[in-house]
Design a protein around this ligand. Structure first.
Ligand SMILES: [Fe+2]
Length: 335
């Protein structure tokens, strides 16, 4: 990281839990960083520090941010680049999303009310009553999945609609040494085949790519990723499976895969010391690193809940046995 002073350094912040989550004070406005002229060293240094803090804490919350969808797009590029994402990484275009009029990806509108030409479907009839069934990392069915996702909430119900975040560093650290060793040598299949079914059922075309990286093309919506993924920014190991997209551990029997995944998904859902529940206020922006954290929305409201979302694609996931390490072990050596 750069030694240049950043706009973050005097800003008060609060760690939300020991495992995950950092919230800044509302006086810190990301718009002020975006407004710095290109070439101002503080701009790059601030984005680098922000990228590191987001990857370190899994999710960072920035209350009451004055940011337009265009600002969010600029922010996504700036943070993605500052985090060292590959040069060909771009904003992700979801397979079910419509493109902008210029044919480019656009900042998505997450809403329970909006309907973008029939593509944004209310899947209530496909939703489990067990809210934790929705825990996921964004777009892990892609060969090059997400690094940072950003959501700025602009319309909220009077109560409800919280988002839960889960530390995948902590999930790794909760595994025993023999389990870590076994899973570190295995990969799992992630599938977004449900999008093909949804498109057929509701009669819309899927976006076949590229979706934020040259590898993210075609309609297989399937990828194989290491189960233990080393975060490219912090070097910490993280458990990288999720019950929305991961359907098979490769190289073991069907029954072994099912039993192992069942345990890992239970660990993610039930280890509440690895979770934080974020209660939104209008204008709040959360940015999370999908290789450090999972998340889950809470559908406990009827009124409108809408926000702007961007997803920036990262690197091909990898397990780095040589340089990677446990977050828990790393923190021990710091004190
Ligand atoms: Fe998501």
């Amino acid at each position: 990281m750069s030694a240049t002073a950043t706009l973050l350094q005097p800003t008060p912040r609060e760690q939300l839990t020991p495992a995950i989550g950092l919230r800044f004070e509302r006086e810190f406005q990301l718009k002020d960083v975006l407004a710095l002229p290109e070439g101002d060293e503080r701009k790059q240094a601030t984005f680098e520090e922000l990228a590191y803090l987001i990857s370190l804490h899994g999710v960072c919350a920035f209350p009451a941010q004055d940011l337009s969808p265009e600002d969010l797009e600029k922010l996504a590029y700036a943070l993605g680049r500052a985090s060292g994402a590959p040069a060909d990484s771009d904003l992700h275009i979801h397979p079910t999303a419509a493109l902008g009029e210029d044919g480019r990806p656009k900042v998505g509108n997450i809403s329970n009310k909006a309907d973008e030409g029939g593509r944004q479907i209310n899947f209530k009839d496909e939703r489990s009553e067990l809210a934790s069934q929705g825990i996921h990392t964004d777009i892990s069915f892609e060969r090059r999945p997400a690094r940072y996702s950003m959501l700025r909430m602009h319309t909220l119900p009077p109560t409800g609609g919280d988002t839960l975040f889960y530390s995948s560093y902590s999930h790794y650290d909760k595994l025993s040494a023999p389990m870590k060793a076994m899973l570190s040598g295995l990969s799992a299949r992630h599938s977004g085949a449900m999008f093909r079914h949804q498109a057929q059922r509701h009669g819309f075309d899927l976006h076949l790519g590229p979706r934020g990286a040259p590898e993210n093309v075609d309609d297989s919506f399937e990828a194989s990723h290491p189960i233990i993924r080393t975060n490219a920014v912090t070097g910490y190991h993280a458990l990288f499976v999720n019950q929305c997209f991961t359907d098979r551990i490769e190289g073991v029997t069907f029954d072994e895969s099912r039993a192992l995944l069942e345990y890992l998904f239970r660990l993610q859902a039930q280890a509440h010391d690895a979770q934080v529940r974020y209660r939104w206020s209008e204008g709040d922006l959360c940015i999370w690193d999908n290789s450090a954290a999972l998340h889950c929305a809470t559908f406990d409201y009827d009124e409108e809940r809408s926000g702007d979302r961007t997803v920036f694609v990262g690197e091909t996931p990898r397990f780095d046995a040589e340089h990677g390490r446990s977050r828990k072990e790393a923190l021990k050596t710091l004190v």
